[in-house]
Design a protein around this ligand. Sequence first.
Ligand code: G4P
Length: 522
Amino acid sequence: MSIQDEVKKRKTFAIISHPDAGKTTMTERLLLLGNLIRSAGTVKGKKSGKFATSDWMEIEKQRGISVTSSVMNFPYDGFQVNILDTPGHEDFSEDTYRTLTAVDSVVMIIDATKGIESQTIKLFKVCRMRGIPIFTFINKLDREGREPLELLEEIEQVLDIETYPMNWPAGMGKRFLGIFDRHDEQFVQYNGNEEESYIPYKELNNSEHQELVSQSAYQSAHDELSLLDEAGDMFSLEKVLSGKQSPVFFGSALAPFGLQTFFDTFISMAPSPAPRKSTEGAILPDKEDFSGFIFKIQANMNPAHRDRVAFLRVCSGKFERGMSVKLARNNKLIKLSQSQQFVASSRGTIEEAYAGDIIGIYDPNAYQIGDTLIEGKDHFEYEELPKFPPEIFKKVTAKNVMKSKQYKKGIEQLVQEGAIQLYYRYRTDSYILGAVGELQYDVFKYRMKNEYNVEVILESIGERVPRWLKEEQVDESLFDEQNLLVRDREGNYLVLFRNDFARRWFEEKHTSIELIDLLESN
Ligand code: G4P
């Protein structure tokens, strides 16, 4: 098969959601559809014990599990499906955001009883700034939830994206009858847990339709549907592919109901790998020479064997195990002999891969996040990965001042790896760390002790709202402990506002100062 045909087969996506919306359940169902697992409950036993961040063994176990389930791939209907996990809960970190730079589309799960939640908003913003197509699945229809029209309105208003319902539910919870499939113009009846009957709802004389019409949930959904047909937005694949319109599906991942239709439609519409921007212009995915970039580095927590795995998104050509590639940052040649592919609960060696595929390569301490690897004579680097704003900040110092050399070296390396962000306090230059999730601090502290033999003291300065400032607008007298002025590693200035209220108050008072939000401006 030609490289071009292989690329067309690839569908690489991530599932984003707020914790508990149903990401794990959905992932498992998709793996079942792909015949990758035989029963539900195999992906991760996250309910099998309370997770305590202070217990290192638990962290390790958690991270061990998250390595293997970070990427799942399986053949489906002639396609090669790659699902990337976006860790949530305590595991939420910059990696969660960065994963979105390695996918071609996204499935956003929304809990019908809750609507849009905070983590979904953050992840959605990253997708939008990158123009990634977003498919929405409104989950838990088997429960009493919010009105479908209200949910659509909320998506449009809060996320500022057009929606197009691909199907429409009749009732919810106990009154849930099924969904109107707008594409095939049939009503899919919910019969407990199997989708069985398909009733053409536009054939008004059809006896099954007649029978259903007597039920009020069916009747009112039918009316809403006519309204949507007349007054709603038109479906536009072009808008979907540019991230301006989100096709919305209703269903239940647990029942399961509406999942197969959702996935079939998603797979047929989701984009295959597209050309990627580089310093030498767009690189085509079917280009002969292999290239890719590293979006995540996972250090093994076991100090006895400190191996690290770098996650690489293949962007062009064909990866073959044992091939030699160039690390674009320093022109060093590296042989890719140890490579892994991840399948649900195990790792296997991978022999070849194409654009869209994600592979894990052994990292001999050579890689950095964002690195480009290339085969052949060309020289280019893929676009720099965007920076993401941390939320939790802490002052850091070494317990033993005598260890300042190792302390600096450890911080330097962990920061470079992208495990945590480093800031310097204005004037004093003391260190302040920033992370997206609390777990990153536990990992940082542990690794400083085990890998660099330095005990660190972390002093929380709480959750902060960071905003970047232009250098010429920096006025030291406007800031204090509450709204802290710091510099990042590139020398840019930012303010760590006490909270969003303080940020807004500042913005209203100093209208001439432009505050930059990284999630909006990348
Ligand atoms: P997450 O990965 O996004 O955090 O969510 P997860 O799939 O773990 O689902 C969170 C809870 O919601 C689970 O219940 C799960 O069974 C339930 N759930 C997921 N999809 C549906 C659905 O379509 N309908 C209904 N009614 N529930 C759904 P739990 O009680 O927290 O966990 P468990 O004991 O069932 O595992």
